[in-house]
Design a protein around this ligand. Sequence first.
Ligand code: TYM
Length: 348
Amino acid sequence: MTSLLPMPEKRIFSGIQPTGNLHLGNYLGAIRNWVTLQDDFESIYCVVDLHAITVAQDPQQLRQSTREVAASLIAAGISPERSVLFNQSSVPQHSQLAWVFNCIARLGWLNRMTQFKEKAGKNRENATVGLYSYPTLMAADILAYRATHVPVGEDQKQHLELTRDIAQGFNQTYGVEFFPLPEPQIFGSATRVMSLRDGNSKMSKSDASDNSRINMTDDADLIAQKIRKAKTDPDALPSESAGLEGRPEAQNLVGIFAALADSDVESVLSDFAGRGFGEFKPALAELAVAKLAPMGDRMRELLANPGDIDAVLADGALRAEEIAAPIIDQVNDIVGFLGAGSKSGPGS
Ligand code: TYM
């Protein structure tokens, strides 16, 4: 085998599903951090349409959602020049590596994945094999670039632990130090944004109630209305975060405020201590509208020219493939696939 490609020092990869609207949880838990990181690191951001079809999708709707998510990312501040922005299915190396990883990951590892259990629900026999092996494709997304850091919300932590196990499993199986063990980057005051209707369940695209989430496409009136209707309790806000314990809705709204204000929970509480939600909610609504409504407007402007979005994604896919292709050639060579060596040098 030829010598291994040099390991990247710091390379960021993250992904987002094009299923339904992006919401405040996606923004505060992930996208906002992606925007910050792109200034200092090589960053690769992916709209994961292959993951989307692990559950049924209407093809026309999938195309539209892929464009919408790409437009939202650009509207939120992802620069298609500074970062690499593309859709997953355009870069075949993701699927190729996912197969190799399906032959590394163990049933026992996948059986532990809580997200599969939640998504498959009671009718597990009817879930697709794709939904079950979803995390091996996710590992392939990250490792096709040998990414070292992965900014995500807290709900992806278990998938990233599995990614590290797969990287290590590959390295051990083949006796190479080829894949890095990627580090999750979970930071900010809103790593797990909860539903506006129930402080114990996660804000999510799949919640039947649209009032449970703030979508990045909501206009100013709708954002304000959803915050007004958000579930709360009758007590005033405490002066310290310990006083939020056992008050999940209050904790969630204060966390959202802190994240939107680029502040922290303690300083928000020192400003609002002793005041009730009658005062806090209008302040939160004003802040949310100021931060989010311009992004929604910009996204709608971008969507007026879908051809431009497609061109951005196509360009991103070419740049992504330039990085992934030599890595996957080398993986094929390490594994022992004949023909792989013709691209990365003769195998041993
Ligand atoms: P997805 O599309 O569900 O969510 C995209 C990002 O948003 C974060 N997020 C949240 N953060 C805080 N509070 C919430 N309520 C909330 N809801 C979502 C997620 O943690 C995520 O960072 N499996 C991934 C997509 C993926 C991926 C990858 C991510 C595919 N390949 C490779 C990282 C690296 C997912 O379904 O994210």
